[in-house]
Design a protein around this ligand. Structure first.
Ligand code: HEC
Ligand code: HEC
Length: 390
């Protein structure tokens, strides 16, 4: 009870106090400006559920990666990222073809006591990958970008000869069954926040729900799973008072979460942005995509300054895991907004600084990297100043 009250107080100040501040000092974690009172209530309930710690009796486990969404999305505030990494694994045969082991690639970090269902990566696995959490600030705007806006940037055959072969992730949306363009996740594996919420509730926490009805746990036997599962049936049930499921609440929180406002823009940062565009970084890190027409004014034809084309690319950093529409070495261009609040960088957290991350680009980004390296030191510093302002 006391813990709840304290969290309530902290969330209250987190949500409300920055609203009064001018745009340029607005802290991350606030809802989109101009949301209605009703939307604010949905956002608040969503935030509460997003930070709620679940236990075995709520359906947690038997194997899991975290006990709440907030456990991994909390830096610099709830909704952000964290230093936790998850593990995926699989098998690449002599011909280079990728195979899932035991029907999937996720191997959970933790299990409920007495740990009979603690995942073990099978000895035949020869690909092991780590992935960092992706911050959720501005996710509702990303969701509101039309599929056609993303596919318009594709050039898989490299017809313009710039060496960049961006490819849209064609996936089937689990909510509607429709063919959509994925944009969420390092592999652009989902198109909607509801689908990702369902996936995360089951995959991260082991809580089955309307969209993902079976436990997804590997690294132990089916017999063990039967013994370890404490709860039976679907674990994410509708709240009797609100009629909402956990996955609806998570979605509302993420949808109404504002993007991180730009930091101070120095003259160096402004010059750096010009260079960033001139040397080809912006081909993939597209400065702005527009949302589609939308009945809700919050999402209606808004400029989304995310610095990503939301396409899959091979920039030589790939994790070897085939997932949804993404090939083994393709990664979706990460959005760069809010970069100044984010460490570590790259999908696996292997880069400590933006400069380190840039030096790791090769493959399709070879041309941009060469152009970056051939710039005088002062110009490179301007690009870093620009990245530091995001
Ligand atoms: C154990 C840590 C962990 C927990 C717990 C967790 N996440 Fe995540 N989240 C991640 C990681 C890692 C990724 C990147 C996953 C990937 O693409 O493979 C991610 C990505 C996401 C994304 C994609 C964002 C984007 O813009 O691409 C969404 C949405 C998301 N998480 C929502 C949730 C929700 C909702 C919950 C709670 C049900 C949750 N997460 C719980 C680690 C976590
Ligand atoms: C061909 C497309 C492409 C080009 C060109 C490109 N990038 Fe990237 N960038 C990516 C991809 C894909 C990643 C993610 C790689 C990973 O995580 O393994 C990335 C990651 C990053 C990151 C780390 C972001 C994070 O959240 O981890 C930074 C910073 C960055 N790029 C800056 C630049 C700069 C500066 C340039 C120009 C010199 C550039 N990029 C050119 C596709 C591109």
């Amino acid at each position: 009870m006391i813990r709840r009250a304290l969290i309530g107080l902290a969330l209250f100040s987190l949500v409300l106090s920055p609203l009064a501040m001018p745009e340029d000092v607005r802290l991350p974690g606030t809802p989109l400006p101009a949301i209605t009172a009703q939307e604010h209530e949905l956002f608040r309930m969503g935030l509460e559920d997003f930070t709620e710690v679940e236990g075995a009796s709520d359906g947690l486990g038997p194997a899991f990666n975290g006990t709440s969404c907030g456990a991994c999305h909390n830096v610099p505030v709830i909704g952000g990222t964290s230093t936790i990494t998850e593990v995926r694994a699989g098998y690449r045969d002599d011909e280079g073809a990728f195979h899932e082991l035991q029907g999937g690639t996720l191997f959970h970090l933790f299990s409920l006591p007495p740990h009979t269902c603690q995942p073990k990566i099978p000895p035949e696995a020869n690909v092991i990958a780590r992935r960092t959490p992706i911050p959720l600030f501005g996710a509702g705007l990303v969701e509101a970008i039309a599929d056609e806006t993303i596919t318009a940037g594709e050039d898989p055959e490299d017809r313009n000869g710039d060496g960049i072969r961006g490819r849209a992730a064609r996936i089937t949306d689990v909510v509607t069954g429709q063919s959509r363009i994925g944009r969420f996740g390092w592999k652009a594996q989902h198109a909607t926040l509801l689908a990702f919420a369902g996936d995360a509730y089951r995959n991260e926490m082991g809580i089955t729900n309307d969209l993902f009805r079976e436990e997804d746990a590997r690294g132990f036997t089916a017999e063990q799973l039967k013994l370890c599962s404490v709860t039976r049936g679907l674990e994410d049930i509708r709240d009797r008072r609100t009629g909402l499921r956990g996955i609806d609440n998570f979605t509302n929180f993420m949808r109404f979460l504002a993007p991180v406002a730009r930091g101070g823009i120095s003259s160096a940062a402004r010059a750096g942005e010009g260079l960033f565009i001139a040397i080809g970084c912006a081909v993939c890190h597209t400065p702005v995509l527009m949302t589609a027409a939308d009945r809700n004014p919050l999402f209606d034809r808004m400029a989304v300054a995310l610095y990503s084309d939301l396409l899959l690319h091979d920039v030589g950093t790939g994790d070897g895991i085939v997932q949804a529409s993404a090939r083994a070495n393709e990664i979706r261009t990460p959005a760069l907004w809010g970069l100044r609040f984010r460490r570590p960088l790259l999908h696996d957290g292997s880069a400590a600084t933006p400069a380190d991350a840039i030096l790791r680009h090769s493959g399709e980004a070879e041309g941009a990297l060469k152009a970056f390296l051939s710039l005088p030191l002062a110009s490179r510093q301007q690009i870093l100043a620009f990245l530091g302002s995001l």
